[in-house]
Design a protein around this ligand. Structure first.
Ligand SMILES: *Cc1c(COP(=O)(O)O)cnc(C)c1O
Length: 473
């Protein structure tokens, strides 16, 4: 059987929202060119995120029906805890409503003013939760991560030299923990090798610093290890994932990714004393330790999802889907972050829309165009996300790369849907000069990309009106 084939068939379907170009034009104007503010019913193919957007299986829905909604000590908790323990080897499994709650509970307990956390790359909520305790989140990505075109297999690795340098240096006593994000979401979804993780764990052990996994995409990382790391060929993703968890002292896990649930997550801990210290905050802010902000059905569905996410046939078909979309982008002449991972394809908008400078947001321009032409929602990860301007709108800092992320919800879209995305991309790439840049009209001081308002820049807008006039003829 070929890995290209999805190892499931479809039992329930849902119609895709369909819109006309004038409707999409009006919608873009209404939301001030901020795609977060679209109503989902205005979006035909939603590639905004792979978080909490997966399709449930018949097995998960059956487990949800059989779930136990007792307040304390439910059967659902015990089934969920057994599944999480079997996977991670951690005796203490603290359920939380989603990954960031696990971050808050752990960092409030272990981090704090003057403390540092080190990571291959902190995810944005992870960084925010370190900083909220008064700590400093420091990223140590490996040098290959900066080369978007390079085909290095493990661009998600931590820079071991920098890690050793900090832990051997004067700041060592301030390091509260090391966090390995697998796969490295802030870094193009690139995987971390087991060689890198093993060595990072050895360095941490030598220095008595706890190592945690930010394991939202533990299954996808394990799959890419079996595909790209010679020493692990022939192992199952389940075996690789188990080994990865065993190298660490605990994990933060957002179930909304490789748990294939709409909500849920957990904090896994090896150390009983630490688990006892975390429990009061868990109870106060999430819930009693046998539910932690989740319904019994959520825990039962996550227990099943954690296992389904490790099915090699599913992971192979997911890799093929990402590779297919990546190939369509390349064929259209659109560069991507190489090599493609599993959860998303990252388009290089800066290179495609060379006529739009960074402070006119080529990533946002491409994201808006994908919506306008094809009803496709994506997310900008460029200077709108990472850059800054002064009060006159002049650029102060821009992102290293102007990217657009096409995230792939799990088990939701077929190759036909991805071909639609490829067709629209090819259409845009055929006449990139017609895509206007954007200017910010309103923004918030922090996390501005969520709430920003924009407008197309006039001289570029004229191209769009010309095109509209042309269409009417
Ligand atoms: C999504 C994510 C989180 C946060 O999890 P939520 O469930 O969204 O709160 C943390 N780290 C990584 C790497 C993630 O991808």
């Amino acid at each position: 059987m070929t890995g290209r084939m999805e190892p499931y068939r479809i039992k329930a379907v849902e119609p895709l929202p369909r819109t006309t170009r004038p409707q999409r034009e009006a919608a873009l104007r209404r939301v001030h060119y901020n795609l977060f503010d679209l109503r989902a019913e205005e979006v035909t193919i939603d590639l905004l995120t792979d978080s909490g957007t997966g399709a449930l299986s018949a097995g998960q829905l059956a487990a949800a029906m059989a779930a136990d909604e007792s307040y304390a000590g439910s059967g659902s908790f015990h089934r969920f805890r057994d599944a999480a323990r079997e996977l991670t080897s951690y005796p203490h499994i603290l359920p939380v409503h989603q990954g960031r709650a696990a971050e808050r509970v752990l960092f409030s307990t272990l981090v704090g003013p003057g403390k540092i956390t080190l990571s291959n790359t902190h995810f944005d909520t992870t960084r925010a939760n370190v900083e909220l305790t008064g700590g400093e989140a420091r990223d140590l990505p490996c040098p290959q991560s900066r080369d978007v075109d390079g085909a290095a297999p493990f661009k998600g690795d931590i820079d071991l030299e920098s890690l050793r340098a900090v832990l051997d240096g004067p700041e060592a006593s301030r390091v509260a923990l090391v966090l390995m994000t697998v796969t490295n979401n802030g870094c193009g979804g690139q995987p971390v090798s087991m060689a890198n993780l093993t060595e990072a764990a050895a360095v941490c052990r030598r220095h008595g610093v706890p190592l945690f996994l930010d394991a939202a995409r533990f299954a996808e990382n394990a799959w890419l290890v079996t595909r790209r790391e010679a020493a692990y060929r022939g192992r199952t993703p389940h075996q690789v994932a188990q080994e990865a968890f065993r190298l660490a002292d605990g994990c933060l896990l957002s179930g909304k990714k490789d748990g294939i649930v709409h909500i849920g997550g957990f904090l896994g801990l090896r150390d009983s004393a630490l688990a006892r210290r975390c429990e009061p905050l868990l109870i106060a802010t999430e819930g009693f330790p046998t539910y932690g902000g989740l319904a019994g059905r959520d825990m039962d569905m996550m227990a099943v999802g954690l296992a389904e996410a490790l099915d090699p046939a599913y992971l192979a078909s997911r890799e093929h889907a990402a590779a297919h979309l990546a190939a369509r982008a390349r064929a259209a002449g659109v560069g991507i972050v190489e090599p493609p991972g599993l959860h998303a394809v990252y388009l290089d908008a800066g290179r495609l829309l060379g006529h739009i400078p960074a402070h006119r947001f080529p990533g946002q321009a491409l994201a808006c165009q994908l919506y306008l032409e094809g009803g496709i929602r994506s997310v900008e990860l460029g200077s709108l996300y990472l850059g800054r301007e002064d009060e006159h709108g002049e650029p102060v800092a821009s992102a290293p790369h102007e990217l657009v992320r096409l995230a792939l919800p799990r088990r939701v879209y077929t190759r036909g849907h991805l071909d639609h995305v490829g067709d629209v991309l090819a259409q845009i790439a055929g006449e990139p000069g017609k895509v206007p840049g954007y200017r910010i009209t309103e923004q918030a001081p922090v996390l501005r990309h969520f709430r920003v308002r924009l407008e197309p820049v006039d001289d570029m807008l004229r191209c769009v009106s010309d095109e509209r006039a042309h269409e009417r003829h």
